[in-house]
Write a protein that binds this ligand. Sequence first.
Ligand SMILES: *[C@@H]1O[C@H](CO)[C@@H](O)[C@H](O)[C@H]1NC(C)=O
Ligand SMILES: *[C@@H]1O[C@H](CO)[C@@H](O)[C@H](O)[C@H]1NC(C)=O
Ligand SMILES: *[C@@H]1O[C@H](CO)[C@@H](O)[C@H](O)[C@H]1NC(C)=O
Ligand SMILES: *[C@@H]1O[C@H](CO)[C@@H](O)[C@H](O)[C@H]1NC(C)=O
Ligand SMILES: *[C@@H]1O[C@H](CO)[C@@H](O)[C@H](O)[C@H]1NC(C)=O
Length: 402
Amino acid sequence: MATSSSILGKLLSLILTVTFAASINPVILVPGDGGSQITARLNKSSSRYIYCEKRTNYYYTLWLDISQITIAQNCFVENMRLIYDPKTRRTLDSPGVDVKVPGFGKTETVEYLDPWKEQFTSYYYHIVNRLTKLGLSRNVSIRGAPYDFRRSPNEFEEYFKIFKELVEETYKTNNNSKIVLVAHSMGCPTMLYFLNRQSVAWKDKYIRMMITISGVWGGAVKPLRLMVSGDNLGIAVLKQNVIRTYQRTASSTAWLMPYDTFWKADDILVSRPGRNYTVNDYELLFHDLNYTTGYEMRKDTENLVKDFRPPGVEIHCIHGVNVDTPATYQYDEGFPNSDPKIIHGPGDGTVNMQSLLGCLRWKGKQKQSIYHYTIKDKDHLAILKSQQLLDLIEQIIKKKRF
Ligand SMILES: *[C@@H]1O[C@H](CO)[C@@H](O)[C@H](O)[C@H]1NC(C)=O
Ligand SMILES: *[C@@H]1O[C@H](CO)[C@@H](O)[C@H](O)[C@H]1NC(C)=O
Ligand SMILES: *[C@@H]1O[C@H](CO)[C@@H](O)[C@H](O)[C@H]1NC(C)=O
Ligand SMILES: *[C@@H]1O[C@H](CO)[C@@H](O)[C@H](O)[C@H]1NC(C)=O
Ligand SMILES: *[C@@H]1O[C@H](CO)[C@@H](O)[C@H](O)[C@H]1NC(C)=O
């Protein structure tokens, strides 16, 4: 009697587990700018720096390996930068550098930014960990979709092709369950661009909803600093005018600059003695920087999602608030090589408020609902490990099942 009831108990709990697991939709994680690992194999005929490695017969970690970035920052930048081809209007990898984004379809390379899983480089780890507690499994019902974040969606043909296949495959291998997309930062407009180009039938069949975190919907002022003086990202030993060489050549930096549909014509974004630059002065700004390539890249990318068509899927839009966010950079005579004075405004520390709120513009413009949540005092990245966010995602995913 005791035996049969315990067998019954085990059976019951097995059935409950299976039902429970099956009722949670699979998740695909789309990272933001800097949120994918990048590896490189070198076969360079020359380097500007005698101490830089020119050949490797293996792929090594280009992004993110803090010791390499800090100790050999010139080598890092030389290998990480892109070369713009004005004829094709596309970017090329640095000569002799063969770049790969590892781990597509897996979670590992988006859980931590460095392969040694240093705690301070944790990225989607906390979300993945929570999802496993809900019954989802790494690499099976939680998938990662890393990409080459140095570039913009106008160069993502191949990525979107394999991304679409990943959605369809994950749907099939999870008993035809629709996918929950989770995107962070630049991943949000990247997914908007993708969804804008899928049929209604495809989205209805495969996508359950999209959860967007810290979405940079209409650009942000911070990328302007990357273009002007460079930004050492708070790492003291990193020289901003060295790292700037990479930051300027990334077309994603140009793409993520503020949009004139989100900023007013008299908002001063960058200033220096005798000149103010607004969202309408990018041509002049790049001219003054002697970096007109930046303006070409801006022209290539500024219209990618500017019409801001609704994504046509249910949206859960989450972001931090109440964190000082760069709104204007004031340079002195040392422009563009000096440290700017920063005038702050509202936002999440990286993305300005009006841009974070972009998702609300679709309210009433699509039949699927738009839900909006804010998390106080959590900045652009810290939000990813906050208890509030993890609880919120759990609630959203558990409540909305079919
Ligand atoms: C797969 O889905 C079908 C239909 O929704 C359901 O009846 C079945 O229990 C599911 N199987 C598993 C293993 O989740
Ligand atoms: C490295 O580059 C040289 C010259 O461009 C080429 O001849 C050689 O085949 C390349 N080696 C590899 C392993 O790709
Ligand atoms: C997921 O895939 C990665 C890369 O292939 C592997 O190292 C890891 O062990 C896998 N995780 C699980 C839980 O299967
Ligand atoms: C720049 O803007 C400031 C603040 O509005 C204004 O005082 C200043 O005169 C402007 N400078 C130029 C050169 O337009
Ligand atoms: C741009 O080039 C001009 C002419 O060569 C030079 O006078 C100016 O200082 C340069 N400006 C910057 C920001 O490098």
